[in-house]
Write a protein that binds this ligand. Structure first.
Ligand code: DGI
Ligand code: FE
Ligand code: FE
Ligand code: FE
Length: 187
């Protein structure tokens, strides 16, 4: 599927606000890819598709994950995490994406993972700092992103983990492993 058709397909599956977010992630991922030397085209495709399943009914997201047969353990954790795994599966199934780097960047855009690739980092960070985001700390993250993907992402995951603690929510263990691994990376 060409990029134009992906754009049409994704836009159809979400409200205008989420589509604006997606456009912001596309623009930011492109900028970060250029800044840090990632593949701009892959970053753009992953950004376009990253939240494709976000507004699906959760039962449909769960069904896609069960159908994929992969990462079934995510179904025991917060529903907010499901769309990333469902998205990776549906990008391959319905959008003819075969590149494992793009599929992984979609799959890990919410939790991250240990040993994140350059593309994983670009997409995950673009999701945090696109121009439409306004959570506390985003300005600092944008400043860090001027020179370091890792430092900006650590600030992001620290904020997410703090947010989850304040809300008495369960932290997905991979989120913590990601944060620790990024700290090791900059030491
Ligand atoms: O899909 P977006 O809103 O663009 O952003 P995202 O894919 O990064 O999802 C963010 C949501 O996921 C936010 O509500 C917090 C939640 N989240 C991220 N990591 C964890 C988590 N929720 C739980 N319970 N545990 C996590 O580790
Ligand atoms: Fe997302
Ligand atoms: Fe995110
Ligand atoms: Fe997003």
């Amino acid at each position: 599927m060409n990029h134009k058709d992906m754009v049409i397909k994704v836009q159809q599956q979400m409200p205008a606000k989420r589509w604006n977010h997606t456009l912001g992630v596309m623009q930011t991922a492109e900028k970060l890819a250029l800044r840090f030397g990632a593949d701009v085209n892959k970053a753009l495709i992953a950004a376009t598709l990253h939240d494709m399943c976000k507004h699906w009914p959760v039962e449909q997201q769960a069904e896609a994950i069960r159908e994929s047969g992969e990462w079934l353990d995510i179904l025991d954790y917060d529903k907010q995490l499901w769309h990333a795994h469902a998205g990776a599966y549906v990008a391959a199934r319905d959008c003819e994406v075969t590149d494992p780097e793009i599929l992984d960047a979609i799959r890990y855009h919410t939790s991250g993972r240990e040993h994140m690739t350059l593309l994983d980092k670009v997409v995950c960070l673009a999701d945090y700092i696109e121009p439409g985001r306004d959570f506390p700390g985003v300005v600092h993250m944008r400043e860090l992103a001027e020179h370091s993907l890792e430092e900006a992402l650590i600030a992001g995951f620290d904020g997410t983990i703090q947010f989850l603690i304040e809300k008495k929510q369960i932290i997905y263990p991979l989120t913590v492993l990601t944060r620790n691994d990024l700290i090791k990376e900059i030491k």
